[in-house]
Design a protein around this ligand. Structure first.
Ligand SMILES: [Zn+2]
Length: 244
């Protein structure tokens, strides 16, 4: 899958994690493919997290060199998930990210105001608000705190009117592309597993929305994410050149 994505011009794939149980595999897979990765405790899997996982995360960030803490965040869309516990794990992981001077990949659904106040309480070196779908005012607040806004497959759907308007309004220098694979697949692969191979389709959708070239989108979003996650260019120099 990574080789196929590379051939289509997707030279960097960042692999985030969801729980302590997934960290070992995340590190092994990422290191074997020389891909950047993130370690964190995802709010949707809140029932699986234990206080000792926070200590373990702190230790792993010292031993290994992930590019970010993530996915971490708040999911108030799913009402079954304990909000208090989510907020406690989010706050503690922000403190850990701050201590290690790492950015964060943030999952936030129906909780942008709470997420913004947690980030103001514990400022970290920016990161990505993935699959952003808040208001333009909330986008501006995240930008002020040093964050990029992530856009994925939903941008390719004609019916994503609000999301497309948002992507049009947010300046290109604050946008990054993402898949959220295996979820949130592009429109012409609906019902299938998502893949980094479809990132060029998301880039095309963004180019069309912003009325700019695909090359401009590719260059800007690559530069943005490299800067945001301090991705070293040399890590990918053995890869095929970007055909876009
Ligand atoms: Zn997420």
């Amino acid at each position: 899958m990574i080789e196929r994505a590379n051939k289509l011009g997707v030279e960097t794939v960042v692999i985030p994690s969801i729980s302590q149980q997934a960290w070992k595999t995340t590190i092994e897979v990422s290191e074997s493919f020389k891909l950047p990765y993130a370690l964190g405790l995802h709010p949707v899997f809140i029932d699986q997290h234990q206080p000792q996982h926070l200590c373990e995360l702190d230790e792993l960030l010292t031993t290994y060199k992930p590019s970010a803490v993530g996915e971490i965040g708040l999911d108030f869309f799913n009402r079954q998930l304990d909000r208090e516990k989510q907020m406690a794990y989010f706050d503690k992981q922000l403190i850990i990210a701050k201590r290690h001077a790492l950015p964060a990949i943030i999952h936030c659904r129906k909780a942008h105001d709470e997420c913004l106040s947690a980030l103001r309480e514990t400022p970290i070196p920016g990161g990505i608000i993935h699959a952003f779908n808040g208001s333009i005012q909330q986008a501006e607040k995240y930008i002020e705190l040093g964050f990029l806004l992530g856009f994925g497959g939903m941008l390719t759907y004609e019916r994503s009117v609000k999301l497309r308007a948002l992507a049009k309004q947010i300046p290109l220098r604050y946008i990054t592309l993402e898949t959220d694979a295996p979820d949130m697949v592009v429109e012409n692969h609906r019902g299938e597993r998502n893949s980094p191979e479809y990132v060029p389709q998301i880039a095309s959708a963004l180019a069309e929305i912003k009325n700019i070239t695909l090359a401009e989108v590719a260059t800007a979003t690559t530069t943005n994410v490299r800067k945001c996650l301090s991705l070293c260019k040399g890590l990918y120099e053995n890869r095929p050149p970007n055909p876009i």
